[in-house]
Design a protein around this ligand. Structure first.
Ligand SMILES: [Zn+2]
Length: 82
């Protein structure tokens, strides 16, 4: 109960490679989500923080309130900082 911290492989959710070290989305780059409310009834988007991180260099993308936003933010960053 509560404070679950789960990861999805980047390959599964279409993440681009790390903009800093170039690690591939399907390997070191993963999508995380963390439920911050201890009440199990609140396990929905409004109580879940999503972010992408790179296991290799420790880079973390911006924290967002939805899976799609977190993925979009990471993928956009890759384009801008190419
Ligand atoms: Zn990296």
């Amino acid at each position: 109960m509560g404070s679950d911290h789960v990861t999805d492989p980047g390959k599964k959710v279409g993440l681009k490679p790390c903009p800093f070290c170039g690690s591939l989305g399907g390997e070191a780059v993963t999508l995380h989500y963390q439920i911050w409310c201890n009440d199990a009834r609140h396990e929905d988007d409004e109580h879940t923080i999503w972010f992408v991180s790179c296991e290799k260099c420790g880079m973390e993308g911006p924290r967002k309130w939805s899976r799609k936003e977190a993925i979009d933010a990471w993928n956009r960053r890759h384009v801008h900082e190419a």
